[in-house]
Design a protein around this ligand. Structure first.
Ligand code: BGC
Ligand code: CA
Length: 343
């Protein structure tokens, strides 16, 4: 009896050892440096990254050690974090760079340590990325988001110009919440959203613009001020991300406006709270900035690089460096496809 029990325990132990053995002995160490952890879009991207780790571990039969750190908006802090990753012998580092003009320093450090570096969401200038073969970028095309954002307004204008052009002067009066100065998405979404309408022959008039730094609170304050100064003259609010669009909606709600009374407000990202605002009818459209897809690409690329495989086989690369995820328009008509499934 005792012998039998002993044999069973031994068998269980052996099974356990086999399950943990094999290539699982190999650990890939990935350091992820975020520009700011409290950014809504970045939070969701980082959550997706952690969620898909088990999938990649399974597929590659390795253990993945993902260490995510917060740069709290300081390039100096982030450089120190990168130094630590390199000192500790990480296999690959992923950088959501605070200051996108400061990539050269990080690339040179990575090259000296011979550790591949994958930038994401905040695009380094091309010149910097070209400094080293093993520097990559995962993201979305900023002009494309702008075109789709403008397209949301253009479609509404074509369907019912009178509903947008409230003062009936044949011109669309708008305000622009741009996002952080210097960010590729602020610059290009601003440019291409408006250009999409003007190129289609819609007369546009900018009433005002503000950076609002991607954030809901500052966007709310700015919109409050605009409502006081410009009131009903605002027909469209371009918000280059959903948090700023939600801030503008907050201000409209504070002012006692119903969804119908609000200007036509559009955003970018398709974050969970933005999709709820679309259900409520306050947000009129947004553009999917595929956080899950970008997270999958970042991890697949990182693992391939860490294991010395051809990165072009793991993800689709342009110019052997750039990995792009496409955007999708989110409208009232297709909203259901983007809502999380009911539990
Ligand atoms: C997103 C913003 C985010 C920013 C951070 C943009 O692509 O649309 O929501 O704040 O990236 O870098
Ligand atoms: Ca008008």
């Amino acid at each position: 009896m005792v012998k039998k029990r002993y044999a069973a325990a031994l068998a269980a132990a052996l099974l356990f050892l086999t399950a943990c053995g094999g290539k699982r002995d190999e650990t890939i160490r990935v350091g992820v440096a975020l520009y700011r952890q409290d950014d809504t879009f970045i939070t969701s991207l980082s959550q997706y990254l952690q969620q898909i780790v088990p999938e990649q571990e399974e597929a590659r039969d390795v253990k993945i050690n993902l260490n995510v750190v917060d740069g709290r908006g300081s390039q100096t802090t982030q450089n120190e974090q990168v130094d630590q990753f390199l000192d500790r012998g990480y296999d690959v580092i992923c950088v959501n760079i605070v200051d996108r003009t400061a990539a050269a320093v990080i690339i040179d450090k990575a090259q000296a340590a011979q550790v591949p570096v994958v930038f994401f969401n905040r695009e380094p200038v091309e010149e910097d990325l070209n400094r080293w073969e093993y520097a990559y970028y995962v993201g979305t095309r900023a002009d494309e988001a702008g075109r789709i954002e403008g397209g949301l307004v253009l479609d509404a204008w074509r369907a019912d110009p009178g509903a947008l052009d409230r003062n009936g002067d044949g011109v669309l009066q708008y305000v622009m919440l741009e996002g952080e100065p210097g960010h590729q998405d602020s610059l290009l979404r601003t440019e291409y959203s408006v250009r999409t309408l003007t190129a289609a022959g819609v007369p546009m008039e900018k009433l005002s613009n503000n950076a609002a730094d991607w954030q809901r609170g500052p966007a709310r304050l700015r919109m409050q001020r605009w409502l006081e100064e410009l009131g009903g003259a605002i027909e469209v609010v371009f918000a280059n991300n959903d948090d700023m669009a939600l801030g503008a909606i907050d201000a409209c709600l504070d002012a006692g406006m119903t969804a119908e009374e609000m200007p036509f407000i559009v955003g970018v990202d398709a974050t969970a709270p933005a999709l709820r605002a679309m259900e409520e009818g306050t947000l009129r459209g947004t553009v999917l900035n595929d956080a899950a897809g970008q997270a999958a690409d970042i991890l697949a690329l990182s693992c391939a690089l860490a294991q010395g495989e051809d990165p072009g086989a793991a993800v689709e690369l342009e110019d052997e460096k750039y990995c792009w995820r496409p955007h999708t328009a989110v409208t009232r008509e297709n909203l259901a496809e983007f809502l999380p499934e009911a539990p």
